[in-house]
Design a protein around this ligand. Sequence first.
Ligand code: DQA
Length: 152
Amino acid sequence: MTSSTAPTRGTILVLNGPNLNLLGTREPEIYGSTTLSDVELLTSEAAGAAGFRTTCLQSNHEGALVDAIHAARGTAVGIIINAGAYTHTSVALRDAISAVELPAVEVHISNVHQREEFRQHSYLSAVCTTVIVGAGVHGYVLAVSALDTLLG
Ligand code: DQA
């Protein structure tokens, strides 16, 4: 987990799910060559420019992601989440996002709607305020911008 220390309008929790630790080397024709550290840095810089701090966490474990969402209640003002494959399977993540009542932005690097049938459904979209797909890693910057506007 990394945290930035810029002056603050509050903290944005930036969550990445399974296999996103392999960004940069994983199927680069789909996900590009940017690493997860680069993604966390560019997200934190965009957040810092808008006056937010970030806490960034990647986990391959569903429960760890659920725990991080729970911990955001009272410590974060919003959530950016790329849940990876859990997007398409996890009622637990959906319920966690719903439970903490924070604005959440769902991000997918690839355009999941151009891909396999099983990627067409997200358990998370209905409980997220915003969904960004297919913008590459710039989607994380767009997610910061969405929270910036939402949080006034
Ligand atoms: C992804 C899309 C998911 O379907 C996939 O399982 C991922 C990455 C994306 O960022 O495009 O791991 O969330």
